[in-house]
Design a binder for this molecule. Structure first.
Ligand SMILES: [Zn+2]
Length: 294
C-alpha cells in the first residue's frame, strides 16, 4: 500500500482505471525529487501485477504480491541507472517485455530516471510506446521533463506530482519519527518531504544545520575555503542550492546590492555544477571566494 497521504487520491484513480481496463500503457510521473514518484510507481506496479487485486489496491497475499515484497518478481523490470541510459539497456528491457508474463498476465517496466535516456535509447523506447505489447505497462519517472524527447512526452499520459502542503509534509515526517522538522528545514529541501527524511536518516548526508555552521565559519574567516570545498565536494549541488537560498533570503532582508550579486553568482554556479566531469572542489572554492568578497 502507498503510505504517502498526498498521493492517495491519485493512486486510487489510477488503480480504479486499471481495474476498468482504461489505464494508459505509458505513464509519465514528473515532479521534484522527494515527492514520492517512485513510491507511487511501485505501488501502482504492485496493483497491476497482483493476482487478486481489490478495488483499492493489491491483496498483499498472493504469489505475485509475495514476490514483489521479496524483490524477485520476474515480470517487474526496473531500469536503474546512475549514468546515461543507453540503447542496449532499453532494448534488453523491451526484449523482456515481449516475452509472456511468467506469474500473472501483466508486465511492468519502471524507468526511475527517464531523463537519463540517450536519444537512441528514447527512440528505441518510442516504438514500444507507439505499439505497446499486450498487458504491458511502462512507468517513466523524471524530475526534469525538459530532458525527455517531445516524442516520448506526447506518447505518455502525463501526471505532474507537486510538492505536498507544508502541513501534509510535516505531519507525515512526524509520523516517521521526525517531529523535530520545522518549516525552515522543509524549505531547505525544496519542500520535498522524502528528501528531508532521507537526509535525516542517511549518515553520509550533509545536514542543513552543518551547512549553516560551515558557511558561517567560512564567512567569518574561521575556516579555510579549500578545506571546506574538499569536505563538501560530494554534496556540491546541494551546497550551492543552499547558498542560493541563503542569499535569496539575505537579499530579501537587507536589500543590499552585494547580496543580490552573491545570489546571482549562486544561480550561475548551480548551472555549472551540473556539467559532467566538473571539478567540484575547484568550483566550490571559487563560489566560496566570491561569496566572501565585498
Ligand atoms: Zn496480490
Amino acid at each position: 500500500m502507498l503510505a504517502l497521504p498526498w498521493l492517495a487520491e491519485r493512486y486510487q484513480q489510477l488503480v480504479q482505471r486499471f481495474g476498468a481496463s482504461t489505464l494508459h500503457h505509458g505513464i509519465l510521473l514528473s515532479g521534484p525529487q522527494g515527492v514520492g514518484k517512485r513510491e507511487l510507481a511501485d505501488a501502482l506496479m504492485q496493483a497491476v501485477l497482483c493476482l487478486h487485486p481489490r478495488s483499492d489496491g493489491p491483496c498483499g497475499e498472493c504469489q505475485s504480491c509475495k514476490l514483489i515484497e521479496a524483490g524477485t518478481h520476474p515480470d517487474r523490470y526496473v531500469l536503474e541507472s546512475d549514468k546515461q541510459l543507453g540503447v542496449d539497456a532499453i532494448r534488453e528491457a523491451i526484449g523482456k517485455l515481449n516475452t509472456t508474463a511468467q506469474i500473472g498476465r501483466h508486465k511492468v517496466l519502471i524507468i526511475p530516471a527517464a531523463e537519463r535516456m540517450t536519444e537512441a535509447a528514447s527512440n528505441a523506447l518510442l516504438k514500444t510506446l507507439e505499439e505497446p505489447t499486450d498487458n504491458t505497462y511502462l512507468l517513466l519517472l523524471t524530475h526534469r521533463v525538459a530532458g525527455l524527447l517531445p516524442t516520448i512526452l506526447s506518447r505518455c499520459e502525463k501526471h505532474v506530482i507537486a510538492t505536498p502542503s507544508a502541513e501534509q509534509s510535516l505531519n507525515w515526517l512526524a509520523g516517521q519519527g521526525h517531529d523535530e522538522v520545522d518549516q525552515a528545514l522543509l524549505n531547505a529541501y525544496g519542500n520535498a518531504p522524502l528528501r528531508v527524511a532521507r537526509a535525516l536518516t542517511d549518515e553520509s548526508a550533509l545536514s542543513y544545520r552543518d551547512f549553516l555552521t560551515g558557511l558561517e565559519g567560512l564567512l567569518g574567516n574561521n575556516q579555510d575555503v579549500t578545506e571546506v570545498a574538499s569536505k563538501w565536494q560530494d554534496h556540491a549541488e546541494q551546497v550551492i542550492y543552499w547558498c542560493q537560498r541563503y542569499y535569496h533570503d539575505q537579499y530579501c532582508k537587507t536589500q543590499r546590492k552585494e547580496d543580490l550579486q552573491r545570489y546571482q553568482h549562486c544561480i550561475a554556479y548551480a548551472v555549472r555544477v551540473r556539467h559532467p566531469g566538473v571539478n567540484k572542489v575547484l568550483l566550490l572554492s571559487q563560489i566560496f571566494s566570491l561569496l566572501k568578497q565585498a
